[in-house]
Design a binder for this molecule. Structure first.
Ligand code: NAP
Length: 286
């Protein structure tokens, strides 16, 4: 069985790495804040000294990092993945980043003799725990094929979308829609309740009709309670909207709703809600 590495043990990376360990893979983990490795080591993972060492030792190294800056630091930084990759070993970055970041990493890994796949995911903390993420892969198809067994433990559906950059673009499109839906939902809930409607009745009406979806249902009860335990950090949604708007600039696509949603999420970050769930954007709307 292949030796796997996993770098980045945040909300998503920790349960994803745990699923690989539980599936019986020989997994080596690394995280910038080393304490987050402890539960994984207790499960049976090895702890790597640096991204470089993980990439040197493992056939395939996965990463799940905050943003483009983190993806860049882990790949290109001192003791980074780039220093350890080679001989056809694989690097699969599952972080949500822009296509330019992903393509720069792809080119560098390939130049160093490794193989690269981007594989951002759709789905949040619970699907990460349950191994039911949707994986949006692009890059080296041979690596996608080789990683199938491991990807099958992380997700319920994997799609191969073509050349590096296309997975990043797909992920930004999906999250841009999600961010816009969330602000529209929060505005509707705020307006309705200010107009004397019962919040749970608004949710019931939404859930009975064509607008029913798991996000309104799950986040709606959080809005009513005013409690926003973090599944998807608000700061990451703002990052995704920022990157989607930048992609719109690059491609000449007007994005009025996404640009407005981005400003609302920026306002929520500035108001101190960056580390709360993205549904806490309600606090600057309602
Ligand atoms: P998170 O809990 O904030 O974890 C971020 C990870 O990145 C941590 O391991 C953190 O290390 C690491 N990191 C940040 N800056 C770094 C740097 N400069 N160098 C090295 N490591 C660095 O985020 P998450 O929710 O797991 O999300 C991870 C990625 O998946 C993001 O791109 C996010 O947009 C995407 N995503 C998240 C969800 C979700 O629902 N949460 C769903 C789909 C996709 P430390 O522990 O040291 O801070």
């Amino acid at each position: 069985m292949k030796k796997l590495g996993f770098i980045g043990l945040g909300i998503m990376g920790s349960p994803m790495a745990a699923n690989l360990v539980k599936a019986g893979f020989d997994v080596t983990v690394w995280n910038r804040t080393a304490a987050k490795c402890v539960p994984l080591v207790s499960l049976g993972a090895r702890q790597g000294k640096s991204p470089r060492q993980v990439a040197e030792r493992c056939d395939i190294t996965f990463a799940m990092l905050a943003d483009p800056a983190a993806a860049h630091a882990v790949c290109f930084g001192p003791e980074g993945v780039l220093e350890g990759i080679g001989d056809g070993r694989g690097y699969i970055d599952m972080s949500t980043v822009d296509d330019s970041t992903s393509c720069a990493i792809a080119a560098a890994i390939s130049k160093a003799g490794g193989r690269f796949l981007e594989a951002p995911v759709s789905g949040t903390k619970k699907p990460a725990e349950d191994g039911t993420l949707i994986i949006l892969a692009a890059g080296e198809q041979s690596l996608y094929d080789e990683a199938a067994a491991a990807l099958g433990k992380l997700g319920k559906l994997s799609l191969y979308l073509g050349a590096a950059g296309q997975g990043a673009r797909m992920k930004l499109v999906i999250n841009m829609i999600m961010g816009g839906m969330m602000t529209a939902f929060c505005e509707g809930m705020a307006l309705g309740q200010k107009g004397g409607l019962d919040g749970s009745q608004i949710l019931a009406v939404l859930d009975a009709g064509a607008l029913a979806n798991p996000m309104f249902k799950g986040k709606g009860s959080m809005l009513l309670k005013g409690d926003f335990p973090t599944s998807f950090p608000l700061k990451h949604m703002q990052k995704d909207l920022r990157l989607a708007v930048a992609l719109g600039d690059e491609l000449g696509q007007p994005l009025h709703s996404a640009a407005t949603a981005n400003e609302t999420f920026k306002q929520a970050c500035a108001a101190g809600h960056a580390d709360e769930d993205f549904s806490a954007v309600y606090l600057v709307i309602g």
